[in-house]
Design a protein. Structure first.
Length: 133
């Protein structure tokens, strides 16, 4: 999650689940969505994947977001079931490796109740984050 952007210093502050918040400096070679860009294209609150390549190249990909309501937590499979917008959508997702939180504080899946509104974040079709609103 992008915490802050300082365009004058060509840097941004980035928080990764389970790791310390860090400032990413010297972004001379930055690609966002496969195109050359600058840190001013980022904003606080953006959900991104950051990959650091060779020779100072940094690749940024935005996470896809869906807003859904919780249907139920399935303890036997450690998964969450959500409402869907159409029959082609997946409704149940395993929670292994998913960052589940409310305003940055990790929460237990059992704390989610039917009809709670959540934001689901995906990277390459895989659920990576759930934020309770």
């Amino acid at each position: 999650i992008v915490q802050a952007v300082d365009a004058s210093r060509n840097s941004f502050t980035f928080a990764e689940y389970g790791k310390a918040v860090r400032t990413v400096d010297n972004n001379q070679r930055l690609e966002i969505g496969g195109k050359a860009s600058t840190v001013s294209a980022l904003k606080a609150g953006d959900r991104i994947q950051l990959v650091e390549g060779d020779n100072g190249l940094r690749l940024v990909a935005y996470l896809d977001k869906l807003q859904r309501k919780v249907v139920r937590y399935v303890a036997s499979s450690q998964s969450l079931q959500f409402t869907v917008a159409n029959l082609q959508e997946q409704s149940t997702y395993p929670l292994a490796g998913v960052y589940l939180h409310q305003s940055g504080t990790v929460i237990a899946p059992t704390s989610l109740k039917r009809d709670d509104v959540v934001d689901l974040y995906f990277h390459n079709g895989k659920l990576v984050e759930i934020e309770k609103r």
